[in-house]
Design a protein around this ligand. Sequence first.
Ligand SMILES: NC(=O)c1ccc[n+]([C@@H]2O[C@H](COP(=O)([O-])OP(=O)(O)OC[C@H]3O[C@@H](n4cnc5c(N)ncnc54)[C@H](O)[C@@H]3O)[C@@H](O)[C@H]2O)c1
Ligand SMILES: O=c1ccn([C@@H]2O[C@H](COP(=O)(O)OP(=O)(O)O[C@H]3OC[C@@H](O)[C@H](O)[C@H]3O)[C@@H](O)[C@H]2O)c(=O)[nH]1
Length: 339
Amino acid sequence: MATNGTTTKPPPMPSPLRNSKFLQSNMRILVTGGAGFIGSHLVDRLMQNEKNEVIVADNYFTGSKDNLKKWIGHPRFELIRHDVTEPLMVEVDQIYHLACPASPIFYKYNPVKTIKTNVIGTLNMLGLAKRVGARILLTSTSEVYGDPLVHPQTESYWGNVNPIGVRSCYDEGKRVAETLMFDYHRQHGIEIRIARIFNTYGPRMNIDDGRVVSNFIAQALRGEALTVQKPGTQTRSFCYVSDMVDGLMRLMEGDQTGPINIGNPGEFTMVELAETVKELIKPDVEIKMVENTPDDPRQRKPDISKAKEVLGWEPKVKLREGLPLMEEDFRLRLGVLKK
Ligand SMILES: NC(=O)c1ccc[n+]([C@@H]2O[C@H](COP(=O)([O-])OP(=O)(O)OC[C@H]3O[C@@H](n4cnc5c(N)ncnc54)[C@H](O)[C@@H]3O)[C@@H](O)[C@H]2O)c1
Ligand SMILES: O=c1ccn([C@@H]2O[C@H](COP(=O)(O)OP(=O)(O)O[C@H]3OC[C@@H](O)[C@H](O)[C@H]3O)[C@@H](O)[C@H]2O)c(=O)[nH]1
């Protein structure tokens, strides 16, 4: 009993599966959004551990079964067509909650649905975590810092976000999702983990995903001009997907709730990124300046001191090493062979 007269509930019991003599060594893990870009790489890593059973729940809005084709039919893997805005009844020990469109083009396409996914979807997954006693990790975003007035961004910075802008369905949606995570943690004793992910790139991104790295690589391979949105001096920090997955798994397995920034602190202007793609992939390609969209953050770079200190994590793959790995995958999918 708390001293202020309110009742503090004890944390829920972990899933009975953890005590089953048949499944003792098994961990049953739900990955929402597991058919998407980061989610499918995470599934690959989780499936490498023979003690893990993995369940993916995805509505295929931006993800695809193709990303998971090597696991379909595997006895330790299950794929469910499910929209997280509806409740889900499964018995699991851990939940990686990724479901949400991540590319601005897709999250702005149906903003009401995006905010429902972030708010109702996260509520549903927290309700599930509460019912079965699972630990839950939310993939939040660097967008919670908005157009940041602090640089680089530390986790203690509260951000500079437009609450009524065209990006709000996503950035405010993720801010509410973080709030819900902490309220369930404080009120119901749920074990939570929050990762604030900075721009991540790598093989398997949708060719027409619309994010900058996939756009530039696809444009270079198609021989089209690279579209730098004005002014081109805005910065981003790009993390290769294997580093991201490693950071997410360390956070889930560790004892810190976060929020913790997971990203690569290497910072580039969009003109620098275009020039790097041009140099590495197609030196004769044109770079053209095009109009930008409202509220585009002007700078973004993670302070990863906390991830280094509490997770022993830092990214290993530099942009110039990661871009050719993504180029290889895009060449195969676009059918453009290297000359
Ligand atoms: N990639 C990045 O740079 C980045 C940066 C910050 C945060 N994140 C977060 O990481 C997560 C994964 O991002 P990603 O790059 O893999 O994006 P993605 O669009 O490739 O994957 C998102 C997945 O969620 C699914 N999904 C969307 N809405 C859903 C719903 N209502 N119900 C069920 N499934 C739904 C999609 O079909 C897709 O498979 C997202 O939560 C995103 O906000 C990504
Ligand atoms: O073709 C393009 C596309 C984008 N851009 C620019 O590239 C920068 C990055 O844009 P992206 O669309 O890749 O992504 P953003 O950084 O705006 O948002 C991203 O950051 C955090 C995540 O949560 C989001 O999921 C992710 O989309 C922006 O300044 C944009 O103006 C271009 O210059 N050309």
